[in-house]
Every structure is written in structure tokens, then in C-alpha cells.
Design a binder for this molecule. Structure first.
Ligand code: ATP
Ligand code: MG
Length: 296
């Protein structure tokens, strides 16, 4: 079942991905609330076990990248899939408009500083992909980046794709397992969620008029997403286009892909060599002797 989820949402590596051909809606039966919680709990338990082994094994880091239009559910998906994970082994970073300090550096600098170390899971809520998405839709943002002039608007995105591919390949070669999720919400569902943010007082804080402005560039964003995921979905850093109109389905799909990836890694607890085992044996004897003479 997991393989089916993985392969049906995987963005092919040959540049043939078309947004028009993928659905924002789940396929098949929607799980009941009870079934959803049961399935998610099982997946989370597995992830929690795998995370412990990841930490002990200490050879790989996991990097999860989430990109999406506003209100697609990045936050709640991240919350759901990390809910059972030891917080000490997992860090979430959100990337918003770059600060003036960040703008002093190349576009991969600010995320590189936040990459997970071996044994850890790092989650990027938005990422360097914004540099070929929002910046592509609003090329005037390039002016604040003080690039060496004159830059060529025809070639800059291709150059950035190349930099991203090489960056990710470098990370993968050095033990970082990269998974990228594009949460594919429909324009209609986004409208429904925005309206709910306006109508429900507890959700008012989530509403931002800027989101409505960006919604006006929907087609430009879809064009930018299509090109970006086509140019950067590779075996060492695959993209998954996850239908996002039904949140529980989306969260289960992401969790299943994570579990499947962990399974494939073949993580194991480190094995002790003979002298280390002998040392453990000595320590056991010491502890046992201590209890024999202890007053407590
Ligand atoms: P939420 O709305 O759920 O709180 P968010 O990720 O949308 O989360 P916001 O503060 O609403 O956070 O928006 C962050 C904004 O920063 C997004 O519109 C995003 O496109 C923008 N952004 C991120 N990286 C860059 C970048 N490198 N250059 C310009 N804008 C960026
Ligand atoms: Mg936002």
C-alpha cells in the first residue's frame, strides 16, 4: 500500500510532470475520523522507532522540505507527522521574506545554516525553493538581492535550478536523505479556507490580506511550481505532489512516504566489537558487586 502512495505522487525524474495531470483531490475512500487517527498513530509510532535508530546509527540526516500555496496545510501536516517524534531529534525552520543580513549572502546560505546534522530530522517550512517560486513570480525582488549585474532574467531560473540540483546532490552524497513535498491545493479549496479564516473568530489571526494578493498570481505560481519540480525532482531528492484538498488524506500520504523511506534506509543500532562487549561485561559485574554491598 505504501509503495502505491509513494509511486502515485512521485514527480518523475525526466521532466514530464504536468500540473494539469495531477489531482488536488484524493483518490478512493476517505477514512473515517477514527480510522484516520488509528492509521496516523500507527505511522507515528513507526516513525518514532525509526527516529531512535536514526539517532543511534548516526550516519544519515533527514531533510524534509514543504512548499505550497497559502492555506494548503503545511503547518498542520508538519505538526501531524512530527507529533510522536522526540523533539530533541527534530527541528523545524520556517523561511519567510529574507532579512537584510540574509540578503548579504547567496540564496542558499540561510537554509544551509539550518541543515540537520547526522542522526537528526530537519524540516523546512518553505525553503530555497522560494527563490524560484515567489521571486520568479515577482522578479522585482531580485533588486534587493544585489546580484552581480546585469543578470539575465531568461537564464537566472535555469542557473538557480542547477545550483539547487548540485546542492542537493552534494548533501545526498554526504548522507542527507532529502524528501520534498509540494502540497497541491486547488484554488477553490484555498478560497474556502480563506473564507473560513475570515468567518471563524479563532481563525482570524491566520488571515493575511497579502495572501489574497498572492492568490491573484495563481497561474504564475502554478507555472513556476511546474518548472521547479520538473527541474529538481531527482532520485537523490525526489518531489512528491500530494493532493491537499483533503487534509487527513494529505497527512497520511506524507507520513506513509516517510515511513517507507525510513524502511528503505536499513537503519540499525550500532554493533559493539569484542573489546567493547568485554568492557560492558566488566561494567555489569561492577554494578552487580555494588548492589551486593550497598546499604540501600
Ligand atoms: P503561514 O501563513 O501559515 O503563517 P507562511 O509560510 O505563509 O506561513 P507568511 O509569513 O505568511 O508565512 O509568509 C511568508 C512569505 O515569505 C511567503 O509569502 C513567502 O513566499 C515569502 N518568502 C519566503 N522566502 C522568500 C524569499 N526568499 N524571497 C521573498 N519572499 C520570500
Ligand atoms: Mg502565509
Amino acid at each position: 500500500m505504501f509503495e502505491a502512495v509513494e509511486s502515485s505522487f512521485l514527480v518523475p525524474f525526466d521532466g514530464t510532470f504536468s500540473i494539469k495531470k495531477v489531482s488536488t483531490k484524493h483518490k478512493g475512500k476517505v477514512p473515517s475520523k477514527k480510522q484516520y487517527h488509528k492509521n496516523l498513530t500507527k505511522l507515528i509510532e513507526k516513525m518514532s522507532d525509526y527516529q531512535r535508530t536514526l539517532y543511534a546509527h548516526d550516519h544519515h540526516a533527514i531533510l524534509l522540505i514543504f512548499q505550497a500555496m497559502d492555506a494548503a496545510g503545511k503547518d498542520s501536516t508538519i505538526r501531524a507527522v512530527t507529533s510522536g517524534i522526540n523533539p530533541a531529534g527534530c527541528q523545524v525552520f520556517s523561511f519567510k521574506q529574507p532579512s537584510s543580513r540574509e540578503l548579504e549572502h547567496d540564496f542558499l546560505w540561510r537554509t544551509t545554516r539550518c541543515l540537520p546534522e547526522r542522526g537528526r530530522i530537519g524540516i523546512f517550512n518553505r525553503s530555497y525553493y522560494e527563490e524560484v517560486l515567489v521571486v520568479r513570480v515577482h522578479p522585482e525582488y531580485l533588486q534587493s538581492q544585489r546580484l552581480s549585474e546585469p543578470y539575465n532574467l531568461k537564464s537566472i531560473w535555469k542557473e538557480r535550478f542547477e545550483s539547487i540540483r548540485e546542492h542537493e546532490q552534494h548533501l545526498a552524497r554526504n548522507g542527507t536523505v532529502i524528501l520534498k513535498f509540494w502540497l497541491n491545493v486547488s484554488k477553490k479549496e484555498q478560497k474556502r479556507r480563506f473564507l473560513s479564516r475570515i468567518e471563524v473568530p479563532e481563525k482570524n489571526w491566520k488571515f493575511s490580506s497579502g495572501d489574497i494578493k498572492e492568490r491573484g498570481y495563481w497561474n504564475e505560481y502554478m507555472g513556476a511550481y511546474e518548472q521547479a519540480v520538473n527541474a529538481t525532482s531527482r532520485p537523490w531528492a525526489p518531489w512528491y505532489a500530494i493532493p491537499a484538498d483533503h487534509k487527513p488524506f494529505m497527512r497520511l500520504a506524507v507520513a506513509e512516504i516517510l515511513v517507507k523511506t525510513f524502511e528503505r534506509l536499513g537503519l540499525r543500532y550500532p554493533k559493539l566489537n569484542k573489546s567493547e562487549q568485554a568492557e560492558l561485561e566488566q561494567m555489569r559485574l561492577l554494578l552487580e558487586q555494588e548492589s551486593a554491598y550497598s546499604r540501600f
